[in-house]
Design a protein around this ligand. Structure first.
Ligand SMILES: Cc1cc2nc3c(=O)[nH]c(=O)nc-3n(C[C@H](O)[C@H](O)[C@H](O)COP(=O)(O)OP(=O)(O)OC[C@H]3O[C@@H](n4cnc5c(N)ncnc54)[C@H](O)[C@@H]3O)c2cc1C
Length: 305
C-alpha cells in the first residue's frame, strides 16, 4: 500500500500555511492530527519514513504479516470505555478488535510457565495458586496497582486543566501519583515480598514499557498492569490497520500526510515554535508545531536558530 505517491513529500507544501504541523506519524502524532482535523484545523503530518505509523508498522514474510511493535491493546472489549470510544471516534468505527482470550500474557521463567488471566480476581487466584505462601503480598500488590493507576488519572487530568487551576491546585492532583512514580518497580515490590521469583513474575510485563524493574517507575508499571487487567485485544488486520484507518480519517477531514519528510529541526522565534526546517532546507510554517518524535525532539530537533 505504501509508499503512496500522493503521500510523498513535495516542496510545494512550503507554499501552504497550516494551523498545526505534526512531526512523526506514530500513534501519538496521528491521534493528535485526526482530533485537530476533525475540529476543523488545517493539519500537516511529516513522517521521515516511507511507511507511516511508527510502531504500528507491519511487514510480510511468506504470506504472514508480522507486527514490529503494538501487538495487543487492553480495554477494547468495553465498548463504553473511554479508550475504546476514543479509537471508535478516531477511526470512525472502522477499526475492529478481536479478544485474544482468557490468557493474555504468559511468562516462562526457567521452564516454569505462569499465565496472566483476564479479570483481577481471576489473576489473584491464579497467582496464589502458583505462590500459595504469598497470598498477602499478592493481594497487597493488586490493591496498590489499582490505587496508583487511579491516582494516575488525576495526574494526567491535571495536564488538561486551565493554567490558573493547574497552577493553584495542580500540586494536590500530582502528589499522590509522584509518591510511586518516583520509586522503581523493584523497590516497591521488594517491600511487599522477598520472593524473587514472585517479583520476577509480577514485573514480567516490563516488555510493554521497555525498562527493567530496577530502572522503571512503579507508577508506569501499575498503569500498564491495570491497562491489561481485563485482557487484551488484537486490531483486526494487524497493527497497520490502526494507522490505515487513522490516515483515512485524517484525509477525509482535509488533513495531509507527507512521507519521506525528514524534519531537521524546529524553527523557534521569540521562544515559540513557528515552523520546521526540512533536511532539504525547505522551511514550513504553522501556528503550532507538535512533535511526536519522542526523545529525538530534545536530542536533535530543538537547535536554537
Ligand atoms: C517492540 C515493541 C512492542 C510494543 N508492543 C506494544 C503492545 O503490544 N501494545 C501497546 O499498547 N504498546 C506496545 N508498544 C508501545 C507502543 O508501540 C508505543 O508506545 C507507541 O506505538 C508509540 O507511539 P508514538 O506515536 O509515541 O511513537 P512512534 O510510533 O515511535 O512514532 C514516532 C514517529 O516519528 C517519526 N519521526 C522521528 N523523527 C522524525 C523526524 N525528525 N522527522 C519526521 N518524522 C520523524 C518516526 O519515524 C516515527 O514514525 C510496543 C513498543 C515496542 C517497541
Amino acid at each position: 500500500m505504501y509508499p503512496r505517491l500522493k503521500n510523498l513529500y513535495h516542496s510545494s507544501l512550503k507554499d501552504k500555511r497550516f494551523d498545526t504541523i505534526i512531526i512523526g506519524s506514530g500513534l501519538g502524532g496521528l491521534t493528535t492530527a485526526v482530533l485537530l482535523a476533525k475540529a476543523g484545523k488545517k493539519v500537516l503530518v511529516l513522517e521521515k519514513h516511507y511507511v507511516p505509523g511508527g510502531f504500528t508498522h507491519t511487514f510480510k514474510r511468506k504470506k504472514m504479516v508480522w507486527d514490529v511493535g503494538v501487538h495487543y491493546v487492553g480495554q477494547m472489549s468495553d465498548k463504553d470505555g473511554l479508550l475504546r470510544k476514543s479509537f471508535d471516534y478516531l477511526t470512525d468505527n472502522k477499526l475492529k478488535w478481536a479478544d485474544i482470550g482468557d490468557v493474555y500474557d504468559q511468562v516462562i521463567i526457567k521452564g516454569d510457565t505462569y499465565d496472566f488471566v483476564k479479570g483481577i480476581q481471576n489473576q489473584i487466584k491464579q497467582l496464589i495458586h502458583y505462590f500459595p505462601n504469598e497470598e498477602i503480598a499478592i493481594r497487597k500488590y493488586f490493591d496498590l496497582v489499582e490505587k496508583v493507576a487511579s491516582n494516575s488519572k488525576w495526574f494526567f487530568g491535571e495536564r488538561a486543566m486551565p493554567y490558573w487551576l493547574s497552577n493553584t491546585l495542580g500540586y494536590f492532583f500530582r502528589k499522590k501519583f509522584y509518591k510511586y512514580s518516583d520509586r522503581t518497580t523493584y523497590d516497591v515490590l521488594s517491600e511487599l515480598t522477598n520472593n524473587e521469583k514472585l517479583i520476577s513474575v509480577l514485573s514480567a510485563q516490563c516488555g510493554n514499557y521497555g525498562l527493567t524493574p530496577k530502572q522503571s517507575s512503579f507508577g508506569i508499571h501499575a498503569m500498564v498492569v491495570e491497562h491489561f487487567i481485563d485482557g487484551g485485544n488484537y486490531p483486526i488486520g494487524g497493527a497497520s490497520s490502526i494507522h490505515k484507518y487513522l490516515i483515512e480519517e485524517l484525509e477525509k477531514h482535509g488533513g495531509e500526510l507527507a512521507l519521506k519528510a525528514d524534519v531537521k529541526n524546529v524553527i523557534i522565534k521569540n521562544n515559540k515554535a513557528i515552523g520546521v526546517l526540512m533536511q532539504n532546507e525547505d522551511q514550513l510554517f504553522a501556528n503550532k508545531v507538535v512533535s511526536n518524535a519522542a526523545h529525538n525532539t530534545f536530542k536533535n530537533l530543538l537547535v536554537m536558530n
